[in-house]
Design a protein around this ligand. Structure first.
Ligand SMILES: NC(=O)c1ccc[n+]([C@@H]2O[C@H](COP(=O)([O-])OP(=O)(O)OC[C@H]3O[C@@H](n4cnc5c(N)ncnc54)[C@H](OP(=O)(O)O)[C@@H]3O)[C@@H](O)[C@H]2O)c1
Length: 270
């Protein structure tokens, strides 16, 4: 990837996408042009980021250079979307915007960036350790090279799924909100261990290892979730006592509704 790339918003997720590409030398620091909002972030990147990339403050005259880059990663928060305005001059043809903004549709992107082809991407926080899940929906007229470039951005750190845009909201709910839901479950189960007398850190460690072991077992032995459940649930035993409480409290229904609610919220951003 010898092309210049602009990064509009260099926060947690942009960092997780770009740093491994720099580590692997797929892109060169001098070809990265990023823009951030605050002086603090600007200074922080200049001082502490491990690569000498080009970084500018939003609104500055120098930051206009980003519009010269054919490829752009849009990685601000959805709430900051209205603050970005496409420069009125664009030198290049075949400009591409790859947006990772939750919920912001290809239609909105295309209206905002009329000189660009637009791609909408949903990725999730495990991308920061190279174990992300990335859903991609292509806008109209994306070239083969632009597709290749986009995939290259994410394939290093995540598993890629290509979808029609209709699936992205539910994909986001499951994979991008999912880590918070799982964290809440881990926290609650550890509190259960704590209530039973275990030290907090040990309780949390046991829950984490139990979840990793369980998911690995399901995956490696190709078990269905009900097969696994039946394996460990004996008549009149402890596990059925636990499951009975979860059913009584409608935990299954609460989890289903939590995903639908995240999906609906994502649709509201459109
Ligand atoms: N967090 C997640 O779990 C997750 C997962 C998948 C996708 N996403 C998506 O990824 C996007 C970024 O999330 P994040 O967690 O990386 O956010 P973040 O850490 O808050 O980063 C946002 C970046 O945008 C910059 N910015 C704000 N306003 C700007 C402006 N007007 N012009 C240029 N830059 C501006 C910020 O600069 P300052 O630091 O100077 O304010 C910061 O560098 C979001 O749209 C989110 O939907 C997030």
């Amino acid at each position: 990837m010898t092309d210049k790339i602009a990064i509009i918003g260099f926060g947690n997720i942009a960092n997780a996408i770009i740093t491994p590409l720099l580590d692997k030398k797929y892109i060169q620091p001098e070809n990265v042009f990023c823009v951030v909002n605050s002086k603090e972030s600007l200074e922080n990147i200049k001082k502490n980021y491990k690569y000498k990339i080009n970084v500018y403050k939003s609104g500055s005259i120098e930051s206009k250079i980003i519009w010269d880059c054919q490829y752009k990663l849009l990685s601000i928060k959805p709430q900051q979307f209205n603050e970005i305005t496409e420069a009125h001059y664009i030198k290049n043809k075949d400009n591409l915007i790859v947006s990772i903004l939750a919920g912001v549709s290809i239609n909105r992107l295309t209206k905002k960036f009329p000189n660009h082809k637009c791609v909408r991407v949903v990725t999730n926080i495990p991308i920061t350790i190279g174990q992300g899940l990335t859903g991609i929906a292509w806008g109209e007229g994306i070239t083969k090279n632009q597709k290749q470039f986009t995939k290259k951005l994410f394939e290093n750190t995540s598993r890629i799924y290509e979808f029609s845009e209709d699936y992205l909201d539910i994909f986001l709910a499951l994979t991008s909100s999912g880590p918070a839901i799982i964290s809440l479950i881990i926290e609650a189960l550890s509190d259960g261990g704590l209530s039973g007398g275990l030290p907090k850190t040990l309780s949390e460690e046991l829950v984490l290892e139990m979840i990793i072991g369980t998911t690995s077992l399901i995956k490696e032995n190709k078990l269905s979730t009900s097969e696994l459940k039946n394996l460990v649930t004996s008549p009149g035993g402890t596990t059925i006592a636990a499951l009975r409480v979860l059913e009584k409290k409608s935990v299954r229904s609460a989890l289903i509704e939590s995903i639908i609610s995240a999906c609906n919220r994502s649709k509201e951003f459109r």
